[in-house]
Design a protein around this ligand. Structure first.
Ligand SMILES: NC(=O)C1=CN([C@@H]2O[C@H](COP(=O)(O)OP(=O)(O)OC[C@H]3O[C@@H](n4cnc5c(N)ncnc54)[C@H](OP(=O)(O)O)[C@@H]3O)[C@@H](O)[C@H]2O)C=CC1
Ligand SMILES: CC(=O)N[C@@H](CCC(=O)OP(=O)(O)O)C(=O)O
Length: 339
């Protein structure tokens, strides 16, 4: 049975020891309508106060992490809302149990983002354990879904797809891009995008600006699905902690003017709290630790370059997840999101 604590809606975070999960705990902790009732890690070593893993949260978020066990679903009073900040395959297995118990699931992984089942073995390297949920999952790029209702399974967009889609969607939806020319997206992420688990590739001495997963990254089909057309997407890893800067280059359709481009961006985003249309190319520092996506564009003849930036752990993950929860439960969009 779902639980409401002190008039607030009860929420769990599973994966709270990870980077996105910890950000979520921080945001939920001061959300006016949500109560962070429990938070889970997977390893016994992380069964400790969250602030011991993230000292900056000391006196800010007072919660002890518990070790997640599947029996929690059958044995414990359940929350109304659960955030899954887990590896993709773990989310794909766990989400159905909560859904069957009537709990709203906000999943930060890629487990339910793609509608085509056969993309999972190809891009995620696993056979999907719960394919029947793929079509029902609501993909929550909030600035582009308008007033559409969200189902009980909410799939939060990936970090690169968030910034890339927000940069290109108004132009594509308004039919302003040349059909024959494939948009090219090159995006550089900070190392926190790879999660908290230390590996040689993300260690301090190894990271040096470079491309990876060229023409094979799992976010390519997600961006293409969002935009309804092919893109060339190249992710890069940069030697900084957090943030993504995406550069999108494309060709405008015949006769399309800079004024039409301006109008498209204004029409889509002028009332969106978390999009800022900026007059100079954004820098990562201006969006770091914020829930904003900053978008700049320049047109020369029929060429257009859009430069957009987000914080991967907030707009690319935790704050965007809260935007979706706010929409689902009918709370004002900025609740718990605006810093
Ligand atoms: N980092 C980013 O920029 C973004 C991440 N995401 C997505 O969010 C999800 C979390 O990412 P991130 O925070 O980076 O990941 P981390 O690697 O930092 O954290 C993963 C979390 O999941 C827990 N966990 C791992 N396996 C299991 C399991 N089988 N059952 C229960 N808990 C488990 C870990 O616990 P423990 O620490 O104890 O092992 C940890 O709390 C991923 O799907 C990721 O793709 C989405 C957008 C951006
Ligand atoms: C720098 C880095 O490694 N970034 C991750 C993407 C970030 C992420 O967590 O991906 P989702 O948004 O799909 O969950 C990667 O390329 O796999």
């Amino acid at each position: 049975m779902a639980m409401t604590v002190n008039q607030k809606t009860s929420a769990w975070v599973i994966g709270a020891s990870g980077f996105s999960g910890a950000e979520l705990c921080r945001l939920i902790n001061r959300h006016p309508y949500l109560q962070l009732s429990r938070a889970f890690a997977s390893s016994v070593a992380n069964a400790k106060p969250l602030a011991e893993l993230y000292p900056e949260l000391a006196t800010v978020v007072n919660i002890d992490l518990e070790v997640w066990r599947d029996q929690n679903i059958d044995q414990d009073p359940l929350p109304e809302l659960v955030f899954l900040a887990l590896p993709h395959e773990a989310s794909a297995k766990l989400a159905p149990y909560f859904l069957q118990a009537g709990v709203v699931v906000v999943d930060l992984s890629g487990a339910f983002r793609l509608k085509e089942l056969n993309k999972y073995p190809e891009f995620y390297n696993f056979k999907h354990p719960s394919p029947e949920y793929l079509q029902d999952a609501s993909y929550s790029l909030m600035e582009l879904i308008g007033d559409a209702e969200l189902n009980n399974l909410i799939s939060v967009p990936g970090c690169y797809p968030t910034v890339s889609t927000l940069a290109l969607a108004p132009l594509i939806r308004e039919n302003l891009l040349c059909e024959q020319q494939v948009p090219v997206i090159t995006a550089t992420s900070g190392v926190s995008g790879a999660g908290r688990q230390a590996t040689l590739n993300n260690s301090f001495c190894s990271v040096s600006l470079g491309a990876y997963a060229v023409l094979s990254h799992r976010h390519q089909p997600e961006i293409a699905q969002n935009l309804g057309r092919e893109v060339i997407f190249t992710p890069q890893l940069g030697a900084f902690k957090r943030g993504i800067l995406a550069t999108c280059s494309a060709r405008l359709g015949k006769g399309v003017t800079p004024a039409q481009v301006e109008q498209a961006f204004q029409q889509y985003y002028q009332n969106q709290t978390f999009i800022r249309l900026v007059a100079t190319p954004p820098k990562i520092a201006q969006v770091e630790n914020t829930p904003f996506c900053d978008i700049y564009w320049a047109v020369q003849g029929s060429n257009i370059v859009i430069s957009a930036a987000i914080d991967n752990l907030l707009k690319g993950a935790a704050s965007q997840a809260l935007q979706a929860a706010n929409h689902k439960f009918g709370w004002p969009q900025p609740s718990g999101v605006m810093l």
